[in-house]
Design a protein around this ligand. Structure first.
Ligand SMILES: N[C@@H](CCC(=O)N[C@@H](CS)C(=O)NCC(=O)O)C(=O)O
Length: 204
């Protein structure tokens, strides 16, 4: 049985969504971050970075949410990875793009707006990072022209991993509605039973 550590409201969420997509049996163990359980000796053996998620599947222990998703897809539902080298390349491309390009400015704004006490909040950091987003969303919107999914054929990790970053944008006050192809793509994904199961987990 696979064990996934971390709640659906953290970076572990994208792994829970991926697990739902694969249909494989798993258990989800909560890590009490308020009690600093993610820094405990026991948890650091699973993820020495002291962050969620971590995953254990038999002899395999992994950290990094997108790497966990590549493992899960490869082992339990290869079509999620993409069936050809070209499709798999697009899963890598969009996942790396989402994690190394798009995520940072969104998270910088999220930190300021959600975690920073008002007296310490920097409007300059918010403005600087929000200003980076239109170019990224133009890129994604153009890539989705006349396509339901990012590889032009089927739902893969390109969509899942990218969606989990894109979906934070409205929570930091960035309006996605003018990016019509992105909007349509998000609506198509929201009909997926696995996405709905993951959304339920997020609502707790
Ligand atoms: N790149 C990592 C990021 C993991 C991460 O930042 N997790 C957060 C929760 S969303 C965490 O555990 N933070 C605790 C800390 O930084 O001490 C991944 O995708 O797995």
């Amino acid at each position: 049985m696979i064990t996934l550590y971390g709640s659906a409201r953290t970076s572990a969420g994208r792994c829970l969504w991926c697990l739902e997509e694969t249909g494989v049996a798993y258990e989800n163990k909560n890590v009490d971050m308020r009690a600093k359980e993610h820094k405990s000796e026991a948890f650091l053996k699973l993820n020495p970075n002291g962050k969620v998620p971590a995953m254990v599947d038999g002899d395999v222990t992994l950290f990094e949410s997108m790497a966990i998703n590549f493992y899960l897809a490869d082992k339990y539902k290869p079509e999620l990875l993409g069936l050809t080298p070209e499709e798999r390349a697009l899963s890598y491309q969009w996942s790396f793009w989402a994690s190394s390009e798009l995520q940072d400015p969104i998270i910088q704004v999220f930190i300021q707006k959600v975690f920073m006490p008002e007296e310490k909040r920097s409007q300059a950091v918010i403005d600087e990072n929000l200003a980076k987003l239109p170019a990224f969303f133009e890129t994604l919107n153009n890539a989705l022209a006349s396509k339901t999914y990012l590889n032009g054929k089927t739902f893969t990790l390109a969509d899942l991993n990218t969606h989990t970053v894109v979906s934070i944008a409205p929570h930091v006050g960035f309006d996605l509605s003018k990016y019509k192809n992105v909007d349509a793509w998000m609506k198509a994904i929201s009909d997926r039973p696995a996405y709905q199961a993951y959304s339920k987990l997020r609502m707790g």
